[in-house]
Design a protein around this ligand. Sequence first.
Ligand code: ZN
Length: 199
Amino acid sequence: MSPFFQKAQDANDVSAEDVRKAVTTLLRYIGEDPSRDGLLETPDRVARAWLEMTDGYAIRPEKILSTTFEGSSDEMVLLKNIEFNSLCEHHLLPFTGKAHVAYLPAGGRIVGLSKLARIVDVFAHRLQVQERMTEQIAEAISVNLKPSGVAVVVEGVHSCMCLRGVRKDGATMVTSSLRGVFRTDNATRAEFMSLVQKS
Ligand code: ZN
């Protein structure tokens, strides 16, 4: 048994066999023959891919943001174009895109830039809706760093919209969460927006 299956089984009382059966059922549902060569390993691969794409459940955001270093600057910190991939909880299909994350440090609490990228991944690697993901990223930074402001903008392309339903290829969904100074001060918000829009 692969470690992936072992993990799933330990955590949720689901056996490797249960998972394989579920994927096999889906294959049969669409009229496929799960016993043909190309599909023999598919149930295993799908289960493994699923666990990889949802490994954010096992990571606590407060742990990532707990290592801060002292900084004297209270200027905006912005990490833009953070690529992410997630799964929409309505269709279990991928949505992908970029997140832009900024905060205004307070009390000297600053984190390494890579931590901002990891926070995006923690929430992206769960079943999501983009609006909630955007809020959760902002909330985690807000609660753990207690900055004077947080701004998160997420641009996502949803394959559930491109591949099925209305089939609008390339339509980008934009969501934002602005807190603290980014919400109350027009100039700060405008500075953030113009930095994000600059390519
Ligand atoms: Zn969807």
